[in-house]
Design a protein around this ligand. Structure first.
Ligand code: NAP
Length: 487
């Protein structure tokens, strides 16, 4: 970390909009503050785009689309590969920047830079593997040619919790497929995306291919772009509530959509599980990103025979976690993103304890400055507690015992979400049986982390539509065209 200063990394980032390959101010001249959630202090101001800036970004994306689609796949892949190298080279300073704007501890931020970069490496390799087909028609006289083309200009919207990786997970396949983009990062964490933008420009991404609008008025800027009709796709990562609204807007001009929405992951431990592995998995599934992850374990269902032992061991691990500013040595629990997040976690814990849950550790907020909530374990959590059905998005592990396999599956599936489920058991037959019955796009089988750029990430039910990453990730940015050939 030597030589990298907090002011230095913030100063080095472009604070304006990036439109048509140039950094430009918002037409209104307005800016908004970006804060450090661990102190509440203002880090810097960035441009506050209005609807006309958004339209200028869409104009630039549309103007660049035809030429960009004609760029050789190998060249598109090599741009991503160069950006991958630069991300890895600059991992420490980018991690510091992310910790400052988002709060997660430095080691986790560095992990996210690697994870984010890996999407570029993966899609650099996918760019040259876009396939097609040639077939004989069933009647034998005609031929089918099948080719795949970029969807066209795309709109990308990303959340604050993984400020870099949620961007590269969309930009990687869009670049690989030959789509141009207007991206709107979360207002609370725009700096990582702005730094990434310069990296892509330096890696040779042509003007107009990636346009970035930072704004405090997400709906006011994005809705006209969605309703405009020239963008052919929206890829969104964020809450289910906002996703629903955007799907309605997309319906008007029938935009294609990818929706990576909220989660309410169950973490199921059977009494035949390797308890060391289950506790380790629980720590990862719960505490990655301070619990502010769509994949975070939100409800722990533990079979009665091991419930007490599991709770005791998890409590021991949770209460040993050092809390503090993410830049401080050894910190594991950083601040939550803002005051509203602390208030929500406080309310959910109070609701659970009012209904009979017991606090094993943590359980009450920590005084400021900054937005801190300690690692918390609750046990005997009743199923009607709000945190059994709402995303906690904080470091709280609610444990509810169960008796039978059927009961565990029923409880786990009792949610409108279906992003990921975690399952710990040593019985292979049970592992496969329960994995098949769990209603989720992803299953963590005896492991607490599922995210991997080479695997298809996404949810079922109200957790979303489509998949990001893996061999199917690029499909979201491609249209299939069939040419009927008359011989
Ligand atoms: P959010 O409030 O839905 O915001 C996500 C993004 O949408 C932000 O850029 C936000 O801008 C923007 N936005 C808000 N309202 C909008 C509107 N009316 N029109 C267009 N854009 C709008 O979610 P969040 O609180 O940032 O993120 C947390 C949520 O994301 C959780 O539910 C989490 O589970 C989910 N998530 C899902 C995945 C996944 O892969 N499934 C991954 C990460 C997070 P502003 O920042 O300006 O509000």
């Amino acid at each position: 970390m030597s030589g990298i200063t907090e002011n230095g990394v913030v100063d080095a980032v472009g604070k304006e909009l990036f439109i048509g390959g140039k950094w430009v101010s918002a037409r209104s001249g307005k800016t908004f503050d970006v804060q450090d959630p661990s102190t509440g202090e203002v880090l810097c101001q960035v441009a506050d785009a209005g609807p006309e800036d958004g339209l200028a970004a869409l104009d630039a994306a549309c103007a660049a689309q035809a030429d960009w689609a004609a760029v050789a796949p190998r060249e598109r892949g090599e741009i991503l590969r160069r950006a991958y190298d630069k991300l890895i080279e600059r991992r420490d300073e980018l991690a510091l920047l992310m910790t400052l704007e988002m709060g997660k501890p430095l080691a986790e931020a560095a992990g996210e830079i690697t994870y984010a970069a890996e999407f570029f490496r993966w899609f650099a390799e996918e760019a040259v593997r876009i396939d097609g087909g040639y077939a004989v028609a069933p009647n034998g006289s005609g031929r089918f040619l099948i080719t795949r083309q970029p969807v066209g200009p795309t709109l990308l919207i990303t959340p604050w919790n993984f400020p870099m990786a949620m961007g590269t997970r969309k930009i990687g396949p869009a670049v690989a497929a030959g789509c141009t983009m207007v991206i709107k990062p979360a207002a609370q964490t725009p700096l990582s995306m702005l730094a990434l933008t310069q990296i892509l420009a330096d890696a040779g991404l042509p003007e107009g291919v990636l346009n970035v609008v930072t704004t405090k008025d997400a709906g006011g800027v994005m809705e006209p772009l969605i309703r405009d009709g020239r963008a052919r796709k929206l890829s969104f990562t964020g809450s289910t509530a906002v996703g629903r609204k955007l799907l309605e807007q997309c319906a008007e001009k029938v935009l294609r959509t990818s929706m990576e929405l909220g989660g309410n992951a169950p973490f199921v431990v059977f009494d035949d599980a390797d308890l060391d592995a289950a506790v380790e998995g629980a720590m990862q599934a719960k505490m990655r990103n301070i619990g502010e992850a769509c994949t975070a374990a939100n409800r722990f269902y533990v079979q009665r025979g091991v419930a007490e032992e599991f709770s005791r061991r998890l409590t021991e691990r949770m209460q040993a976690l050092p809390m503090g500013r993410g830049t401080d040595e050894g910190v594991v629990v950083g601040p939550l993103i803002d005051e509203a997040a602390v208030k929500k976690v406080t309310e959910l814990v109070k609701d659970a304890t009012d209904k009979g849950a017991r606090v094993l550790t943590g359980g009450s907020r920590v005084d400021g400055p900054g937005h801190f909530y300690p690692a918390t374990v609750l046990t005997d959590v009743p199923v009607d507690a709000r945190l059994a059905s709402e995303e906690i998005f904080g470091p709280v592990a609610p444990i509810t015992p169960f008796d039978t396999e059927d009961e565990a599956v029923e409880k786990a599936n009792d949610t409108e979400y279906g992003l990921v489920s975690y399952l710990f058991t040593s019985d292979l037959k049970r592992a496969l049986r329960v994995s098949e019955r769990l209603e989720a796009g992803m299953i963590g089988l005896n492991q607490g982390i599922v995210s991997n750029p080479a695997a298809p990430f996404g949810g079922v039910k109200q957790s979303g539509l489509g998949r990001e990453g893996g061999t199917v990730g690029i499909d979201e940015f491609l249209e299939t065209k069939y040419i009927a050939v008359n011989l």
